[in-house]
Design a protein around this ligand. Structure first.
Ligand code: TYD
Ligand code: MG
Length: 458
């Protein structure tokens, strides 16, 4: 019989070593290497061959790209358009989707709703390792979900789970969560990198071989990355993150990696007493300005994946009592804020060196696009000078270090979204001026920061 091999795997970053050592040379943490038993050498070798070859017992053949049958990947819908959008248009058989998020984000709720819906037309299995079947059933009844078809199983042992799956042959399966699954072949505790890696590898192999759609729920560490296993990211096809605090109403679902569609797609949901509800027109909620216009508030249009979204950027500039005044950015990049303040000083002639500057995106959205630059500067100047920008104005554009205003992608669509929501006046990069006038919207194109500030009447 072939001898089982061992490797040592870092529990923090997942790098592996042939020998034990005190410190992981990759991530520099101490005492995180644990022993990891690889299967017998023979099967380890086979697993490097292609997945489909393993399955059918025949070698796969090379084909020309144009001869590959696209019909083999019919997508099917999750039943929620916001969810489908993030997945790139629906579920692809044989794919593995990692759903990450903080505790209380609503991962279990969203997947339970989706699975109850899917179970109406196809075999679906929900494996829970965290909650009891009673808890899940109670939740399903309370949310008035169709409960008659979904198969539910409480299991944390990967062998038992796969056995049951072979029997039930689900076409969609949820494993909630991958961190509590364990394999008897590995000595370390559930949740450790070696366990997660082994369980995820076996589950994804099963999904590929049987064309099952597999959802893996994954926990997220405090800094928002998926707990422990960086290794997981290579095995899965899509990784989506459910963001939003347990005490807030809105949740955003964001694609981080997607082999079948665009990344950074954003889906918006609201957590209600009847579970997760889709928000079909997110601009309307993020813009819900019940209050009168105030200094420091500017509306911009961001481009999220394949659609525009209107969000409000707020800034507060106030005298600082500190020798190092604070620069705080929430939902924005901290470094960009510092850079823009330098540009504002140099090219806008405005000195805020002795002021605390706080910037925030309303509604808990994260804006990582450069198109936020001009809107952020406008908000800062508006707060500093205590001037109010009219409520029906919208601003976007990238600001360069030389004080130039650079164009951003999809200007036309952003302007159309603004017009749809009743905005009357837009200040945008000159290169983003629409070719045809947009009815109801006056668009002003600017090329320099000084021009932009005078267009803003600041
Ligand atoms: P859950 O799906 O258990 O989160 P996760 O699996 O990501 O840890 O969601 C739990 C949270 O959602 C909890 O804070 C309560 C809230 N919630 C509602 O507000 N309404 C509901 O109908 C449900 C089921 C949960
Ligand atoms: Mg849960």
């Amino acid at each position: 019989m072939a001898k089982a091999k061992t490797a040592f795997v870092c529990n923090e970053c997942g790098s592996d070593y042939a020998k034990w050592q005190g410190q992981c040379s990759d991530c520099g943490t101490w005492n995180t290497l644990v022993e990891f038993k690889l299967g017998p050498a023979k099967s380890a070798k086979r697993s490097t061959a292609s997945v489909s070859a393993n399955y059918a017992g025949v070698r796969s053949e090379a084909k020309r790209l144009q001869d590959i049958d696209l019909e083999q990947l019919p997508r099917f819908t999750t039943g929620a358009t916001e969810f489908d959008r993030v997945l790139g248009g629906g579920l692809v058989p044989g794919s593995t989707i990692l759903v990450g998020g903080h505790p209380g984000a609503g991962k279990s709720t969203l997947l339970l709703q989706t699975m109850c819906h899917l179970a109406k037309t196809r075999a679906a299995l929900y494996v829970t390792g965290e909650e009891s079947p009673q808890q899940i059933a109670m939740r399903a009844h309370r949310l008035e979900l169709p409960v008659d078809q979904l198969q539910l199983m409480a299991e944390t042992n990967i062998d038992a789970l796969l056995d049951a799956a072979q029997e039930l042959k689900p076409s969609v399966m949820v494993v909630d969560s991958i961190q509590v699954m364990h394999s008897d072949e590995i000595t370390s505790a559930a949740g450790s990198v070696s366990q997660v890696r082994e369980c995820a590898a076996r589950l994804t192999r099963y999904a590929k071989q049987t064309n099952t759609v597999l959802f893996l729920v994954g926990h997220v560490t405090k800094d928002g990355t998926l707990a422990g296993p960086k290794v997981l990211e290579h095995m899965i096809d899509c990784s989506i993150l459910l963001e939003g605090d347990a005490d807030k109403r809105f949740r955003t679902l964001r694609g981080q990696k997607n082999r079948f569609g665009a990344v950074n797609e954003l889906g918006v949901f609201a957590m209600t007493d009847k579970g997760m509800r889709e928000v079909k027109n997110p601009s309307a909620i993020f813009l819900d300005r019940g209050h009168d216009a105030a200094p420091g508030s500017v509306v911009m249009a961001v481009w999220e994946g394949t659609r525009p979204l209107l969000v409000e950027i707020q800034a507060l500039v106030d005298d600082s009592s500190l020798s190092n005044p604070r620069r705080v950015a929430v939902g924005l990049e901290q470094n960009r804020l510092a850079m823009l303040l330098a540009v504002l000083h140099r090219h806008g002639g405005l000195q805020v060196g002795d002021q605390d500057v706080f910037a925030n995106v309303v509604g808990g959205v994260k804006v990582l696009e450069t198109s936020v630059d001009l809107a952020l500067l406008a908000a800062i100047v508006s707060s500093f000078k205590n001037l109010v920008l009219p409520q029906d104005w919208v601003v976007f554009g990238e600001v360069g270090l030389a004080g130039e205003i650079r164009p951003v992608p999809s200007g036309q669509e952003r302007l159309a979204e603004a017009a749809k929501h009743g905005f009357k006046h837009a200040i945008v990069p000159k290169a983003n001026m629409p070719k045809q006038p947009i009815s109801g919207l006056t668009v002003v194109g600017v090329t320099k920061l000084s021009e932009a500030l005078s267009a803003l009447q600041m």
